[in-house]
Design a protein around this ligand. Sequence first.
Ligand SMILES: [Zn+2]
Length: 155
Amino acid sequence: MATFLIYDRDNTHVDPVKDLRGCYKLGDIVEVFDDDRQPPLAIPQPPPFWVVKITGITKAQADQFIAAHISDPVTCPRCDGTGIDPTPVNGESVPCHQCRGVGTVTTRLRRRLYCLDWVNLPVEVQTALTTTRYYETTFALARHMVRNKATGATV
Ligand SMILES: [Zn+2]
């Protein structure tokens, strides 16, 4: 069992890159609590949070839903993909510090990759969240309510 803390609105920033990369959006899963380990979360939570308790899910399964949306790897601009620092301090061959010697880098595109698919939620779920700020369900049902923002698919 796990408890999801979910954002109930869109935060915004005037810079469109920072808006996606840094702002929680409606339905974003902000934090996951393992009910076996964490003290119980106060229910209801004040805005901007909803609480959704999910049974039949492991902490490891739950944790994937708070991942950021990370870009595909691209060639490291500092070392041009060699993984070797182009300007080492003392002339020695050392790993590039920007890519840690890997030759590629990624960037965070969105604060969260997954979100509760608010517009497609069953009406009873929307009603429960707007009136009590709380909903309880199973992972088998909840997974159809969570959307991957990159693919658009539910999980
Ligand atoms: Zn590099």
